[in-house]
Design a protein around this ligand. Structure first.
Ligand code: NCD
Length: 337
């Protein structure tokens, strides 16, 4: 695809070569994200960071990625504090906000909302989650993490076995991630969920059409066997009609140290887009795995900054100018663990 000036709304926009290009640019962002060097390549540019649904890491990491490239961030964080509650259309909001920004990142509870907004925008728009539909930047950072984790085990993405666990019906991260992975070859997807929360049929069909193996099961113990990656998800309670309905499924599938040791192959990479629901009745990914070397969840969040920097640099067409305005940083940068 042509990156400069493009909206990023869905993973279906990408070919495998595009994904690899994003990953190459993300690799080059590492010294900047690690505060070894700084750049002002986006000096003067403004990001409109518009979040109309709860968010911690997506909102802050997009903002942080823009700042690390030298740009400024303006934020909307609450749908109630915006004119959308006065009946303003997404079209008008898009048209207006694009006059104030060079690029816009948007999250909204309605499927298709970000695409609708982008049609009115005069600047590029990134989809940071449109209801249960898609979350393309999360899929990119997840796949980037998968690639890094597998490389350290002398493996590639082609031919890998991945289990996706939990609310596969409403989880936009797994919708985008499975479709992105399908650009690679001969993947085995094991989709572990209650049958009411299965992966949408059109996505499963697409995976099969691309000659991947798809196993759908409610049997977690069996489903965990012989995978390279286990990707857990939260029950998306905000997508259910009532909290009571979500309660039926909460805590149904859990991974902890004992289950991991018993059913997963040693070294199976453990992933989760976060937030994990750590309340007692949910706890889909237990804290007793926090020190496990294969727990990649915080490497995912760190990689989010690199991948989002790459998306900004490609879309605003500055990838070959990042170095020109780079210099060493002059504050204390050592990280504690
Ligand atoms: C996810 C989301 O918002 O879709 N979080 C994120 O962006 N990392 C997953 C979730 O909320 O469960």
């Amino acid at each position: 695809m042509q990156f400069p000036g493009s909206h990023i709304l869905s993973v279906s926009q990408f070919e495998r070569t595009d994904v690899e290009k994003i990953f190459d640019v993300a690799d080059g962002m590492r010294p900047f994200a690690h505060r070894e060097r700084m750049t002002k390549v986006l000096d003067g540019a403004i990001l409109g960071n518009m979040f109309f649904e709860p968010s911690t890491r997506t909102r802050v990491s997009f903002g942080c990625a823009f700042n690390l490239l030298g740009g400024e961030v303006r934020e909307t964080t609450d749908i109630k504090a915006s004119s959308l509650t006065k009946g303003e259309s997404l079209y008008d909001t898009g048209r207006v906000m694009s006059g104030y920004s060079d690029i816009i990142v948007m999250r909204h509870p309605q499927a298709g909302s970000v695409a609708e907004f982008s049609r009115a925008s005069r600047v590029p728009v990134f989809n940071a989650g449109d209801g249960p539909n898609e979350h393309p930047s999360q899929a990119l950072l997840d796949l980037y993490t998968i690639k890094k984790e597998l490389v350290s085990r002398d493996q590639g993405i082609d031919g890998m076995h991945i289990a996706m666990v939990g609310d596969l019906k409403h989880g936009r991260t797994v919708h985008s991630l499975s479709q992105l992975i399908s650009l690679y070859k001969k993947i085995r997807f094991t989709l572990i969920s209650p049958k009411e929360l299965r992966m949408p049929e059109d996505i499963v069909e697409e995976l099969r059409k691309r000659e991947h193996q798809v196993v759908e099961t409610e049997d977690m113990e069996h489903g965990l066997e012989a995978n390279d990656i286990v990707y857990l998800t939260r029950i998306q309670e905000e997508r259910f009609a009532t909290k009571l309905e979500a309660d039926i499924y909460r805590g149904r599938f859990r991974l902890n140290q004992a289950i991991y040791t018993r059913y997963c192959r040693p070294n199976t990479v453990i992933m989760h887009p976060l937030p994990r629901d750590s309340r007692d009745d949910a706890n889909e990914l237990d804290n007793d795995l926090n020190q496990h070397p294969s727990l990649a969840i915080f490497r995912q969040t760190d990689n989010g900054v690199l991948v989002r920097m790459a998306l900004f640099a490609l879309t605003l067409d500055v990838t070959d100018q990042v170095e020109k305005s780079a210099r060493a940083v002059n504050w204390y940068t050592e990280r504690r663990f």
